[in-house]
Design a protein around this ligand. Structure first.
Ligand code: SF4
Length: 326
């Protein structure tokens, strides 16, 4: 951020020195007004897109990073105005020792501080093998898959399992504006136009809808929100992230947004205006019964492939799983 362009006093209260300039709107805000503006924008996003209902049981996916802990804090605040709504935080332990352990501890501590119930679901208990074990046993390389591909599909599945078992009516994820545009761009680079808007409530075929209340907030704004609120979050990136497709796209988009502020908002608006509503019916996966656009969903496909490889090598993996790859 270019501090020389900050106004002398906050444009909102006119009293305190600003800490942040929203380049895309030209407004400079002090710490308190900045925090308030983020919370207001999240409320506005929830209301504009009807993301949440007043009697929802909201599962908040909490990784222990800045985005998810900030989201939890904001939703816990909003929830106070809706006594019929409830929150439960869920962390997924992918089985990345050293990285995930610290994040799980931070998530647990922060939930305790906010008084929010916290549950952990692990790949190992759901799919029979943790991510690092699968990498170590050579399962991913034999199938030519990257860690993030398996991790992303299984994490979605794990959240679906958690949502069903905790009777959640909606799953809130902490995808920011940056994350969503990255995903759309990655779809395009892989030769596919996005088929559904990310993080907008979609009720269909027994799916527990997913919403992204931070979809209009920039990543850098979430970082500042977390710092200003003194939220302790995990700063170390996942060891598998470096060099991933998302990592490359993230770095490109961050540079582009820094040079041409407002580009991510424009990209989101333009891409989502062109998304055709998903055609074709979702059917239950033949193995797990979760709604899927394929006969066998991707999570079951991965689990079966790993199980076959382990059986061949004399080990068995065999959790009975279901999936949501839609
Ligand atoms: Fe999973 Fe990849 Fe994210 Fe690491 S970077 S947590 S492997 S999706």
């Amino acid at each position: 951020m270019d501090l020389s362009r900050l106004a002398q006093l906050c444009d909102s209260c006119g009293e305190a020195p600003p800490v942040y300039r929203q380049v895309y709107s030209g407004v400079s805000l002090c710490g308190d007004c900045f925090k308030e503006s983020i919370e207001k924008r999240v409320r506005r996003t929830i209301s504009r897109y009807s993301l949440l209902r007043e009697n929802d049981r909201i599962l908040v996916a909490v990784s222990g990073g800045k985005d998810s802990l900030s989201l939890l804090k904001i939703l816990a605040k909003i929830e106070r105005d809706f006594p019929r709504a409830s929150l439960v935080a869920v962390s997924i332990d992918e089985g990345i020792p050293g990285y995930r352990d610290e994040a799980l501890q931070l998530a647990a501590d922060f939930c305790r501080r906010l008084g929010v119930e916290h549950r952990v679901y692990s790949f190992e208990e759901l799919f029979g093998v943790g991510l690092n074990d699968a990498i170590g046993k050579g399962l991913l390389s034999k199938l030519g898959m990257g860690a993030c591909t398996v991790c992303g599909v299984w994490r979605r599945k794990a959240l679906s399992v958690a949502a069903r078992s905790l009777k959640a009516t909606v799953v809130a994820t902490a995808h920011t504006l940056d994350d969503i545009v990255q995903t759309y761009l990655m779809d395009v680079l892989r030769g596919e136009f996005p088929k559904a808007a990310i993080g907008l409530r979609r009720e269909a075929n027994g799916i527990i809808p997913r919403v992204a209340p931070l979809r209009q907030i920039l990543e850098e704004e979430v970082v500042l929100y977390a710092y200003l609120n003194r939220i302790p979050f995990q700063e170390t990136p996942c060891p598998n992230a470096k060099g991933s497709q998302r990592d490359i796209v993230r770095s490109f988009l961050a540079q582009f947004e820094a040079k041409y502020p407002g580009s991510l908002f424009t990209a989101l608006r333009v891409i989502e205006s062109k998304i055709e509503p998903r055609s074709g019916q979702l059917l239950p996966c033949e193995i797990c019964g979760e709604p899927s656009s394929r006969n066998i969903c991707r999570a079951c496909e991965f689990e079966r492939a790993f199980s076959d490889l382990l059986s061949l090598s004399g080990e068995l993996v065999g959790a009975d799983v279901s999936v949501d790859d839609v």
